[in-house]
Write a new protein. Structure first.
Length: 213
């Protein structure tokens, strides 16, 4: 007996992982000021170490910086998180507060970020200020964000031409905002190009959530 499965009626997508990836409409007005502010602080602060091997990371108080571009970016981050909450809860209206911490990253040749997660947060994200130029790089997927399959043993026996157990890769682009669950393992690939990659990472907690209506 031959038949076809109907994807709409006979299948369900188990354990989906939501990902938002889009260009901020106000990116052109933000990036020049953000780049200037980040590079200035890089000369003033030693920088911290989280998942980064090489590179420079600011303290996680970026949203307290006085530049107007920072305040505008913070508003866009909150808007992104609230949009995602509405989509995954299927609630068009609700009450919630969003608490965000953010920090800047400056990666140059040889720098990368190990795979990691962000515990005690609901959402994590990244905004690309200067994506870098990796055309002539000798590394595959140079400078890209890798989002790793969170399903244990998904790669124990690889299915041909299927995405199980393989990372989802995001190519940095100026003005690109990416948002994903904080439990999702992610990393940044190394690169050897003589370029500068500037991004802003952030964590978000959704507090006092209450459906409305």
């Amino acid at each position: 007996m031959q038949f076809k499965l109907n994807p709409q009626t006979d299948m369900v997508s188990l354990f989906p992982t939501p990902l938002a990836s889009f260009r901020l409409p106000n990116a052109n007005t933000l990036n020049a000021g953000l780049e200037k502010a980040i590079l200035k602080r890089q000369t003033q602060e030693k920088g911290g170490k989280r998942s980064n091997i090489g590179g420079w990371q600011s303290a996680d108080n970026l949203l307290d910086w006085p530049e107007p571009e920072v305040a505008e970016l913070a508003d866009s981050m909150r808007c992104t998180v609230l949009n995602m909450v509405s989509i995954i809860t299927r609630l068009p209206t609700f009450e919630a507060a969003v608490s965000i911490t953010a920090w800047a990253n400056v990666n140059r040749s040889g720098a990368f970020n190990q795979m990691h997660t962000h515990p005690h947060n609901h959402w994590s994200g990244v905004y690309y200020v200067v994506p870098g130029e990796f055309g002539p790089d000798d590394v595959d997927n140079a400078g890209q964000l890798h989002l790793h399959d969170p399903r244990e043993r998904a790669d124990m026996y690889m299915h041909p031409n299927a995405p199980f157990g393989k990372p989802y890769r995001v190519e940095p682009k100026a003005g690109l905002m990416v948002l994903f669950p904080s439990w999702l393992g992610h990393s940044v690939n190394i690169f050897h190009s003589k370029t500068t990659r500037i991004s802003i990472a952030f964590n978000a907690q959704v507090l006092n959530f209450k459906p409305r209506g």
